[in-house]
Design a protein around this ligand. Structure first.
Ligand code: AHR
Length: 489
């Protein structure tokens, strides 16, 4: 038997809706042939694929990061504004392709408006300079009579775009990055970029690229960054990709611990540095690229360009465990961006006249739908499993939220057993269940089940009513499933 104990008074902090963010990059078929396909019978008058927009609207992405990724470290934003016919095609070195620049800043802003998401831009801190970065802020957000604000107006956008979120560079700690930077080089560059960008628009929030390669000396890197530039850092950005290359289901199910370790480590570092340096302002964590990615990682150049990973049910469980971790760390994780959102390691997969929803679409959708405004500190016990260096891991992976406005309690559970249903008693302190609850369950025939154009619903979401007593619920979680339970209180 498993026990989940919920006390409404044990609150962890506000869940920021930006943990339901996404990431788009000029890479493979993310934009061209995915989000943006002028001339397609499925496109709207501006060239956006209507079926893709509709699927994205179901995810209710609150924020979308753009334009990369590795791509941004060689990107000139000026190439992507103004009349399309005069935009230059450029050799693109990050993914070894040609970028036509038919899609750029203003198309991205239009895209965000269509899906009701906030834009989040990354500036080129690879082969780009601080002048280019500050000019982009001015082009987007400038309201005075200046050449760059007027250029935006001339391009058809009178009102400023008011882009609030800006990252300085992408994965600057990785040797694969155009313009890799040592900790010293990045701390110095960050400070100077940040200064002028904030001088152009003091209201923007800035993200420092902290860790992507966890094999490096990230502690020292972050220490130096916070030492030298803390006053100008609003978010520390970390990237995190996981996979199951060993085909070891139990081992893969420990992904929860790996993300826990990393978030806790960064939280600790921020805390220690704030104490030591007497840093007043909060510094949040943005997991601004995360996902399952291993099948198409390190493939041949041609395959790698597309990164068209096909996901299965076990990947959906892993995605759900990440949301549990973000909710459990709601106090510090204020943004998370699923990388990516269409075709390229993505929950939505298109062809010229159709799309299907990958397995990982479904946990995202149900967490987004059910997640409340406050994270709760849940206590749970029950069945365990041991694998590799981890012993006695609980088979269920759990998080919970309370919505302060609607007084709805949501409990999110991943059952990591491949074969066993998990009978569970959920008890509630500090309130009472009101009437029948609702369960959304993501599951499929087996852990390797995938969706495809031919069979789009092998893994999907089903809905069921849940009987409650005043302060307890008995519920059995299906093997290899993700469940979001929602209760009115
Ligand atoms: O999302 C794919 C790539 O993963 C991004 O371009 C890069 O930032 C990361 O390594």
């Amino acid at each position: 038997m498993n026990y989940i104990k919920i006390d409404l008074d044990r609150q962890l902090g506000n869940v920021h809706p930006h943990i339901f963010g996404g990431f788009t990059e000029h890479l493979g078929r993310c934009f061209y042939g995915g989000i943006y396909e002028p001339g397609s019978p499925l496109a709207d008058e501006q060239g956006f694929r209507k079926d893709v927009l509709e699927a994205l609207q179901r995810l209710k992405l609150s924020v979308v990061r753009y334009p990369g990724g590795n791509f941004v470290s060689g990107y000139r934003w000026m190439d992507g504004v103004g009349p399309v016919e005069s935009r230059p095609a450029r050799l693109e070195l990050a993914w070894r392709s040609v970028e036509t620049n038919r899609f750029g800043t203003n198309e991205f802003i239009e895209f965000c408006r269509k899906i009701n998401a906030e834009p989040y831009f990354v500036v080129n801190c690879g082969d780009g300079d601080m002048r280019e970065a500050r000019d982009w802020v001015e082009y987007c957000n400038g309201s005075q009579n200046t050449a760059l604000a007027n250029l935006r107006r001339a391009h058809g956008y009178d009102a400023p775009h008011n882009v609030k979120y800006w990252s300085i560079g992408n994965e600057v700690d990785g040797g694969w990055q155009i313009g890799y930077k040592t900790p010293e080089e990045y701390a110095r560059a960050y400070l100077e970029f940040a200064k002028v960008m904030k001088w152009v628009d003091p209201s923007i929030k800035l993200f420092a690229s902290a860790v992507s390669t966890w094999k490096g000396e990230f502690v020292e890197r972050i220490q130096l960054l916070l030492d030298q530039a803390h006053e100008l850092i609003d978010y520390l950005s970390i990237h995190w990709y996981v996979g199951n290359p060993e085909n070891d289901f139990a081992g893969y199910m420990t992904a929860s611990e790996l993300i826990e370790q990393r978030i806790s480590a960064i939280e600790g570092l921020i805390r220690a540095m704030r104490l030591q340096r007497k840093i007043r302002q909060p510094i949040a964590i943005a997991v601004d690229e995360w996902n399952v990615w291993y099948r198409t990682m390190g493939a041949t150049a041609a395959e790698q360009n597309n990164l068209e990973e096909k996901y299965n049910l076990e990947d959906a469980l892993v995605v759900a465990m990440h949301f549990n971790a973000f909710i459990r760390h709601a106090r510090s994780v204020k943004m998370a961006n699923l990388a990516q959102i269409v075709n390229v390691i993505a929950p939505i997969f298109t062809c010229s006249d159709n799309l299907f929803l990958q397995t990982i679409f479904h946990p995202f959708e149900i967490y987004r739908r059910a997640c409340g405004s406050t994270a709760l500190d849940v206590h749970w016990t029950g069945d365990t499993f041991s694998v590799n260096e981890f012993s006695a891991l609980r088979t269920l992976d759990v998080s919970a939220t309370l919505d302060d406005r609607t007084r709805t309690l949501s409990v999110f559970v991943v059952n990591r057993s491949e074969t066993e249903a998990m009978e569970t008693v959920i008890t509630l302190d500090g309130g009472q269940f009101a009437g029948t609850g609702c369960a959304w369950i993501v599951n499929g025939p087996d852990i390797k089940a995938e969706n495809s154009f031919a069979d789009p619903n092998r893994v999907c979401t089903t809905e069921a009513a849940v009987t409650t007593r005043a302060t307890s619920v008995n519920y059995t979680f299906e093997p290899h499933s993700v469940t979001a339970l929602s209760f009115d209180l």
